[in-house]
Every structure is written in C-alpha cells, then in structure tokens.
Design a binder for this molecule. Structure first.
Ligand code: SAM
Length: 323
C-alpha cells in the first residue's frame, strides 16, 4: 500500500500526459502555453509500467490530465492502457472539452468511466473572455455527447472568479436542474504566475456553501477514491453541486492523491517545491524497484500545502503538473 507518515492512503493517481494547452485561461495560461517542446512526454510503455506499479500498491483510480490531454494523438490508447491494468477500477479525464464531441465515443469504448469538463461560465461572451476561446456551444455539445454515449460520470469544473461568475449560481443551478451532472466550484488557487490575478479574483466557496445549505441542499457521503469536492444534493435537482475549497481548514487531512507529471516527475502535492524523477525506473519492465521507490517517497509527503501562508511551491501554473 501507499501510506504516508500521517496514515493517509493513496488510491488515486493524477497523471498528466502533456504540459501543453490550447486554451488561454486567464488564471492559468493567459498568454497561451509556455511548453516549448512536447518531447519527453511519457509514452505508452512508460504509462503502463507506471500505472501497474501504482495499482499494485493499491491505486484504484487514475485521472488523466494536463495541460490539455486531448492534444495527445494517442489519448484513446492511453485511456485503454490505464483501464487494462489489473486493479484499476476507474479511469477519468479532465479536459477543456474541445475534442469531446468528436472523441467521446472512442474514449468511452476505450474504457473511460468519467470526464470532468472545465466550464467557467455558461455565458458565451464571458466564457470567451476567461478562456480566450469562443467555444462554449461546442463544449456544451461535447458534454451532451459524453452523456449520450454513456460515460458514467460527467462533471463540470468551474473556477470561482469574483468578476466573472460570482453572481451566476442561479444559471448553474438551472443547468443541472434536469441533468445528472455534478458541477463543482473550485476556489481559485494562487500559483507563482497569477499572484495579482488571484488577489483580484479569489472568492471563497463558503458563501455558496451557505446559500446551498439555506435552500435545502444536503452533503453527500464520500467514497475512498473520491476527489476533494464536498458534494451536495437536493431532491428537486437531478444534478449535484460540488465545492472544492483548498483554502478551508483540513483540506489536506483526507488527501488520497499523488501526481505524476508528463515528464515523469513524482509530485507528492500540487504545491510542492520538489519533484522526484521516475524516468529511469520506468525503463525497466520489472516494476518492483519503482514500487519500492514510491513507498519510500510517499513517507516524505507533508501534512498540508502552505497555500494559506501564500506559499505555492514550485508551481508556475496548474498546466505544469495537471490540475
Ligand atoms: N486542460 C484541462 C482542463 O481545462 O480541464 C486539464 C488541465 S486544467 C489545469 C485542470 C483544471 O484546473 C481546470 O478545471 C482548470 O480550470 C483548473 N485550474 C487551473 N488553474 C487553476 C487555479 N489557479 N486555481 C484553481 N483551478 C485552476
């Protein structure tokens, strides 16, 4: 098992497969991708070995992320590879959705269980302003396609932004009223590249939490591979509302996630200063040395991130490691 010094068990791997992204989200890559070269991205053989080692140590869920994972031409094969590893019960992807309408069927056929699509506004102009892409209708068509082909879980990620969506809760609630979709508000996190933007736009999720509780929404129980969202349900709505509040107390107490970057770096936390290079260990078909390395490495995981103290480690933006 992968258990750290604070008795936390890690059953969830977030695997970034590229740093590159084609969107220009104002809080992440406002000037477009800064990934100069795609060389060195984990290949299919390395991914199979990596996921096998994690699975033998108790990992049950893999989330493929980036950058934008759909920029990888072999994404369908990557999904199939992760899903074929014994012990992996769930394969998920986080995407901006630009290939969803086209590829949802192929991803589903390859074994994709869950997709998170990033949509920060349901207003087309605001979406364009925040992401640099005039594609809201296309992305929503992709969400509908993902549901139609039978992907079990379709979720929407919405970063809470003071200027752009703070007053839009009623629109989001309308959207999930008759659709079985979980829409999760994520508090904007400070990274090294967005300090001023963070100061202007950060909004706590607490006000939304209070509005939900005051109008009959109830907290859902979590399972061991669930991510960090607190999820709320309501009898009048088919969908659910999630809140991801990394600035809340105890956010890290039940952390169950480890991260590997597209360049084979092990990150024990999204906001760590150090990464550990797994490349050499991934060149060997025998995954035992990699398993031993991971078991040792995880003991060095800190109790918490230090975002509260304005410390965001070595993370320039989330595309670098995968949000
Ligand atoms: N390209 C994919 C996408 O757009 O979903 C995957 C990578 S993106 C880095 C993953 C998620 O992180 C997205 O939902 C994005 O909105 C979120 N994100 C990026 N930077 C963030 C920040 N500073 N604070 C909170 N969420 C952030």
């Amino acid at each position: 098992m992968l258990i750290d010094a604070f008795s936390r068990r890690f059953t969830y791997l977030r695997l970034s497969i590229t740093e590159s992204c084609n969107f220009r989200c104002s809080y992440c890559l406002p000037n477009g991708t800064d990934c100069e070269s795609r060389s060195g991205e984990l290949n299919l053989v390395e991914i199979r070995r990596l996921v096998t080692a994690f699975a033998r140590l108790g990992t049950k869920k893999v989330r493929i992320t980036g950058g934008e994972p759909a920029l990888r031409k072999d994404l369908t094969e990557i999904i199939a590879t992760c899903k074929s590893v014994p012990g992996i019960e769930k394969v998920a992807i986080t995407t901006n959705g630009y290939r969803l309408a086209r590829d949802a069927q192929a991803w589903f056929d390859a074994g994709l269980d869950a997709v998170n699509v990033s949509i920060d506004s349901l207003d087309a102009d605001t979406f364009h302003l925040v992401t640099g892409q005039d594609k809201l209708a296309e992305i929503l068509a992709g969400v509908a396609k993902a549901r139609a082909v039978g992907i079990k879980q379709v979720k929407i990620n919405t970063v809470l932004l003071r200027q752009h969506n703070a007053l839009a809760l009623p629109d989001f609630l309308d959207f999930i009223k008759s659709q079985d979709i979980s829409l999760r508000f994520i508090e904007l996190m400070r990274t090294n590249d967005n300090t001023q933007y963070y100061k202007n736009q950060h909004l706590s999720g607490e006000s939304i939490q209070q509005k939900l509780l005051a109008t009959g929404w109830q907290l859902k129980a979590k399972s061991s591979t669930d991510g960090p969202a607190l999820e709320y349900y309501h009898g009048d709505y088919q969908g659910r509302i999630g809140l991801i509040m990394p600035y809340s107390n105890d956010f890290c107490a039940d952390c169950n996630r480890l991260r590997v970057s597209s360049q084979a770096g092990l990150y024990l936390c999204l906001f760590t200063e150090q990464q550990q290079d797994l490349r050499q260990l991934l060149q060997n078909d025998d995954v035992l040395p990699l398993m031993q390395f991971l078991q040792q490495a995880v003991l060095g995981k800190e109790a918490t991130h230090y975002l509260h103290q304005d410390f965001s480690g070595g993370t320039r933006h989330l595309a670098q490691i995968g949000g």
